[in-house]
Write a protein of this length. Structure first.
Length: 306
């Protein structure tokens, strides 16, 4: 699907006219892909990379345009089961036109970064910055989810919360790889600033974005290290909770077994003491109660159950 935009009064406004300087292809169909390859001369492999979530970010120069592949966090849904995914986006910068190819149908030009833009070069830079902001927001969400899961692990004996934590850790590995990959693109963008026609303002923005990306990477790395280092402790907590449950069940089993044994002995079809005693029933019940009381006293004393 193709959407066209242009810059008007510092804002990016949708426009279906032929003079649109920004073309956004979201999940392009085969006809649109053929147009991009045959008419706009996009490299077919680079175009496929823009739609491949496993592709690394990179910057390539072509005869009539510059191709950038950057990484974005994919919008999260409940069906992902705590797995935060990464997607790719292709930015193809021509002399007077910016072509964007993405697999996610998400709004691109929103938020404070796009409240004041001058040209397509600045939009390219701010799209990278928007990606970093998106990563940073997802990291906050991952940290909040991790805290909630940790509280449940402390009182749970199920594996599903541990599996959720492993999934979050897996997501952070993808995020670290994506953020680091974007960092290489920013480094190359700084070196090729003159060739790309970036203004001094845009060059300074690239420097600032590089710092933001480094901070985002360190934040993701810290969260990943915390999850990895505490995982063994959380596994031990679940195991300890299970041991406590088995211990309590064992005490309950013994408490039931002893009075049952007492009653069973006096229920045998042989001659037994107090067989004709008028208070035999209450004496047997009393012995059963004493056996239960003995188990309770031993449990409270902790001498035999440590």
């Amino acid at each position: 699907m193709l959407k066209k935009f242009h810059i008007q009064d510092g804002n990016v406004v949708e426009n279906d006219g032929t003079d649109s300087s920004i073309w956004v292809y979201c999940n392009p169909d085969e006809n649109e892909k053929k147009f991009l390859v045959n008419d706009l001369k996009l490299d077919e492999h680079t175009l496929a990379s823009a739609l491949d979530p496993d592709e690394l970010a990179r910057l390539e120069t072509e005869p009539d345009h510059i191709a950038l592949i950057i990484k974005n966090p994919k919008n999260y849904s409940a069906a992902d089961q705590f797995l935060f995914k990464v997607s790719s986006m292709g930015l193809f910068l021509f002399q007077k036109k910016l072509v964007i190819v993405t697999g996610d149908d998400a709004p691109l030009f929103i938020g404070k970064p796009f409240s004041s833009v001058d040209d397509i070069h600045e939009i390219l830079v701010k799209l990278i910055f928007s990606s970093i902001i998106h990563f940073r927001e997802h990291l906050k969400v991952i940290n909040m989810i991790s805290d909630e899961i940790e509280k449940k692990i402390n009182i749970s004996m199920e594996n599903k919360y541990l599996l959720n934590m492993f999934t979050l850790e897996k997501s952070l590995v993808y995020y670290l790889n994506a953020i680091n990959s974007n960092g290489f693109v920013l480094e190359k963008l700084k070196v090729m600033g003159e060739k790309l026609g970036l203004t001094q303002k845009n060059k300074e923005s690239v420097d600032d974005i590089g710092i933001e990306n480094s901070q985002c990477y360190r934040q993701a790395e810290i969260i990943s290290n915390i999850l990895a280092s505490l995982m063994d402790a959380r596994v031990s907590i679940v195991s300890n909770n299970l041991n406590i449950l088995m211990k309590n069940l064992t005490i309950i089993t013994i408490s039931i077994m002893l009075p049952t044994l007492v009653v069973s002995m006096f229920s045998m079809n042989v001659a037994i003491p107090m067989g004709r005693h008028p208070l035999a029933f209450w004496i047997i019940m009393g012995l059963a109660g004493v056996s239960v009381g003995g188990v309770v006293l031993l449990y409270k004393s902790r001498k035999f159950f440590k």
